[in-house]
Design a binder for this molecule. Sequence first.
Ligand code: ZN
Length: 238
Amino acid sequence: MMYFILSKKNAVLLCLLFGMGLFFGSFLVIRSYAGSGDKKEAVSVIIDAGHGLPDGGAVGTSGIIEQEINLKIAEKVREVLEAKGITVIMTRDTKNGLSTEKSRSLREMKIEDMKKRRAIMKKSNADLFISIHMNSFKNGSASGLRVFYSENFEDIKPLAESIQLRMADVTGAETAAVKTADKSLFLMKNPPLPSILVECGFLSNPEEEQKLTSGEYQSRLAWAIADAVEKYYALQKS
Ligand SMILES: [Zn+2]
């Protein structure tokens, strides 16, 4: 043990140095928390309501347009995710697609719309992209969920599977094997971030179409998607 005999002047100086050390030290701790927390703590997800006028997407047997249901479910997913503290970026939150009036043909508007969605994916720095769609098939008896993920981010497959599982749990809808997305889908071809496409059911199946237009059924689907996302990122952090 060592003893120091301090003069009054030295004691004041020492206190001052100690105080400064505490002040700058705590500042560094706060900074390092913020620095390391930025990426890991705040999960952000892009929710993409598929299509948007003038592109309505698939048309149901009763005449319901896919883009309407996509948007309703996407908004519900946003609501649940935000309540869980997850940041949500929507590619659209109106019935309209992202193309502007300057575009001439429907095809040109569709291309412009897709490029703008892709630009959101690139700029967002988000952790995940989820695209919400409704399915359609010439055989009216086809039904159930179809979930796809981007091949260039294979690690996301377990989340795609768990999304489908949760959705099936709360709706009783049929499931199929989760697959990599078809590369003809512009947004799913080498996307800049892990991406999942969810086909919530078949509008070509009258029975399923009726369910998909129900607000209560939409809420169940949305809750299931958000719940799987929350649990996946909570697990990654722990
Ligand atoms: Zn679609």
